[in-house]
Design a binder for this molecule. Structure first.
Ligand code: FE2
Length: 280
């Protein structure tokens, strides 16, 4: 009998790579890295065998897609921010069995759902950055899940519910990660360097802080009511579909747990970022 044993909302900012790799930026993202490492320890302790990662940098325009390859390995350079993140080598086992079961189950719930196994479908950094720090020692397989930028919040909820159903039909212990930002308003180009450690607009920062309070105090019903407005007004990364899918998997309005913030909320090139474990 499969089980969802760990859930988290995680950051994947590419400056994490700069913080690790480039002498002049050493340590700038220690807060984020420490949070990911701690989440990884907790996931391992919870018995996670596969990380299913909803990746807001694998953006699709139609349907539900996941990468069900048996192995993921390549060298990654970001197209968006090649000066932030280049030449990251990665190698993880995949989980074709869970991937195919999840695609079948999401399809049964009424979506066009596809599990892909093609060597030319690579993995994006919304998966790679968290896995680098959470999956140390390669204790778990990795199942990247795409974010549909045109799906509604309600469709995200239903996808998440079907993903949970698939996990429970499987024989896997799964860690489900929503890899995406809070607010996501990048600075205009001429302010981008100056804003490397800021959230763009005080409004967005204040709303993010309130959202973190709601999550940490278990006011999930209230958050769900505001999620469509939050995604629209605070420029949600991929319309915050990762958060909708995560909460769908957690039971939506029936979820009675709380989130725990690891480290501190931080701004990154205008976006609002944090690492949180959602209790099961
Ligand atoms: Fe991102």
């Amino acid at each position: 009998m499969g089980e969802l044993v760990f859930t988290a909302k995680v950051t994947h900012v590419p400056s994490i790579w700069m913080s690790e790799m480039y002498e002049q930026h050493k340590g700038i993202r220690d807060n984020a890295i420490n949070g990911l490492v701690e989440l990884g320890k907790r996931a391992k302790a919870a018995g996670v065998e596969t990380f299913a990662v909803i990746d807001t940098h694998w953006i699709v325009n139609q349907g539900f897609h996941l990468n069900a390859a048996g192995h993921h390995a390549a060298t990654f350079t970001s197209h968006e921010l090649p000066h932030f993140l280049e030449d990251m080598e990665y190698a993880y086992d995949g989980d074709p069995e869970l991937g195919n079961l999840m695609a079948d189950t999401v399809r049964d719930s009424g979506f066009r759902a596809m599990a892909h196994d093609t060597p030319n479908l690579k993995v994006e950094y919304g998966t790679l950055i968290p896995m680098r720090h959470m999956n140390q020692g390669l204790y778990a397989s990795v199942l990247p899940i795409a974010a549909n930028q045109f799906a509604s919040i309600d469709e995200g909820r239903r996808m998440g519910e079907a993903m949970r159903e698939a996990i429970e039909k499987s024989d896997r212990k799964v860690g489900l990660l929503a890899s995406g930002s809070l607010s996501h308003q990048f600075f205009p180009n001429d302010q981008s360097e100056a804003g490397a450690f800021e959230t763009n607009t005080e409004f967005n920062r204040q709303v993010d802080i309130r959202v973190l309070e709601l999550w940490q105090t278990g006011q999930i019903k209230e958050f769900i009511k505001m999620l469509p407005d939050y995604a629209a007004r605070c420029a949600g990364e991929c319309q915050m579909i990762d958060t909708a899918m995560l909460l769908g998997a957690l039971g939506w309005n029936d979820y009675s747990g709380k989130a725990e913030l690891l480290g501190e909320y931080f701004g990154s090139s205008g976006t609002g970022q944090a690492n949180l474990e959602f209790a099961l």
